[in-house]
Design a protein around this ligand. Structure first.
Ligand SMILES: [Cu+2]
Length: 486
């Protein structure tokens, strides 16, 4: 374009520029760079490695979401996060039991949500040497580590490998907004990632997102490379599958999935209503394939590449994600229907990278698929729902619902053998009850003198667990099952 500038205009613009410069001279700051390294925390304290092992739940922290549904941002500027490594048999497709290595006892690991400027206080015990309740076969104990793409730290210090039984602790501040992968960085990294050791950190801009949405979910795409166990071992009566090293090195997955499950979220779609605006945080962890993420029936109004609103595209049909690339996408659900999320590399979709966002979905059941818990009756009262979610994240390591005893008793029927007052006292301070209450003492004996650790529960949480227990006991026998060890 040719704009002819008259001398008068030129003079005016020069004068304006001069004024601006003069403004600077008088102390007015230029617009500040949100990524000014001067304001970043780039000197976190050295990591600590110790031999005291953590024994409670494998994942702990208010900033964690366990499934596709993303919890609201926890307002605390310091996020205390524990993700222990554990070996576990997971079901990646109907009947396909896979010997996985995990963060937080699930694949993908829990999602951490934070805001730019927040400090993450992270700790992890390598518990790969622990027997999994109810399962005979697990992988041999081994070294593991944690590599956070959301951090700016010395990898030699923070991301070092720790031995079974060791605990590592380190802190870092999240300096950039985005959706960042985390994964195990212990050689062979490819094997550790392909075995399930990954998850997402979602970092909001300091001032929040520029748009408002009705729903928010996280989708993690990944590949599994499996073969039937050459030793023909079984898990829960089904043939065990193990990592196929040849397929892995040839980038030939057997399954490509969303949130750890073949056709993840087809049986239990994500919920949305027509007219609503939905935000999806999509991370492709690979380890080796690219995703062409698409939703049949709508258009991405906004795409923030890597989850940072500074990297914005409008009106996109797909978003291309290499290994460890991510995007936040926002779109409308126009009319009633089931909108299909798929990797538009259709070879990948045919391996299971498919899910639904549906106006018919029951919101209460959407988290179930992810936990490998059979979809069954679901509560609707908010306290009961919260009690259930908390139970699934904090208590399933030691308890089941209707699936028999694990390290602790099966909680099905607990409201029939204990009063609410007894349960409240127990949940608040099991160690005190074990000192003075005869029933508690008898129970301790029955459970191999393993005392239930105090779970530091608030009164509200205690009330929610008790409500959930009452809800379980009001269902027809056998209708509710949760063991977390499938
Ligand atoms: Cu590992």
């Amino acid at each position: 374009m040719n704009t002819v500038r008259t001398p008068a205009r030129l003079v005016r613009s020069l004068a304006a520029a001069a004024l601006l410069l003069a403004g600077c001279d008088q102390g007015a700051r230029p617009p500040s760079d949100p990524y000014d390294v001067g304001k970043m925390d780039l000197k976190p304290a050295p990591a600590k490695v110790g031999s005291e092992r953590h024994q409670g739940a494998f994942a702990e922290g208010d900033a964690l979401s366990m499934g596709a549904e993303l919890k609201r941002l926890d307002p605390s500027p310091v996020k205390t996060v524990r993700l222990d490594t554990a070996h576990k048999i997971i079901e990646i497709a109907p009947g396909v039991k896979f010997s996985a290595w995990t963060f937080g006892n699930q694949v993908p690991g829990p999602t951490i949500r934070a805001r730019v400027g927040d400090k993450i206080k992270f700790s992890m015990t390598n518990r790969s040497d622990e027997p999994v309740p109810g399962v005979q076969v697990t992988a041999a104990p081994m070294m593991h580590s944690m590599d956070f793409h959301a951090a700016m730290v010395s990898p030699q210090d923070k991301y070092r490998s720790i031995a079974p039984g060791q605990t590592i602790e380190f802190e870092f501040t999240v300096n950039y907004p985005g959706i960042f992968m985390y994964h195990c960085g212990t050689p062979m990294i490819l094997e550790h990632i392909a075995s399930g050791m990954y998850g997402a950190v979602i970092v909001e801009p300091r001032a929040g997102y520029p748009t408002k949405v009705d729903r928010e979910y996280v989708i993690v795409q990944s590949e599994f490379y499996t073969k039937p166990d050459p030793e023909k071992r079984k898990a829960d009566g089904a043939p065990l599958h193990v990592l196929d090293g040849d397929r892995l090195r040839a980038s030939q997955p057997t399954y490509t999935v969303f949130n750890g499950v073949h056709n993840g979220m087809v049986k239990t779609p994500l919920a949305a209503k027509s007219g609503e605006r939905v935000r999806l945080h999509v991370l492709n962890v690979g380890p080796s394939k690219t995703s062409s993420f698409h939703i049949v029936g709508t258009i991405f109004d906004r795409v923030w590449i890597e989850g940072n609103p500074d990297n914005q595209f409008r009106g996109m049909q797909t978003v291309l994600l290499g290994s460890s690339n991510s995007a936040t996408v926002e779109f409308m659900i126009p009319e009633a229907g089931s909108y299909i999320m798929a990797d538009h590399h259709f070879a990948n979709a045919s391996q299971g990278a498919i899910g639904l966002i549906s106006t018919d979905a029951k919101p209460e059941s959407k988290d179930l698929e992810h936990h490998n818990i059979p979809a069954s009756a679901a509560p609707s009262d908010p306290d009961t729902v919260q009690g259930k979610l908390n139970f699934e994240s904090k208590c399933l390591a030691c308890h089941s619902v209707g699936e028999g005893r694990k390290l602790g008793p099966d909680v099905a029927g607990v409201t029939k053998r204990r009063s609410d007052a007894w349960l409240a006292r127990w949940l608040k301070a099991p160690e005190k009850m074990l000192e003075m209450d005869a029933d508690a003492k008898a129970m301790l004996k029955e459970f191999n003198n393993l005392p239930m650790p105090n779970q530091s529960l608030s009164d509200v949480e205690v009330k929610q667990y008790i409500k959930y227990f009452h809800w379980i006991d009001a269902q027809p026998a056998g209708a509710v099952k949760a063991s977390g060890a499938h």
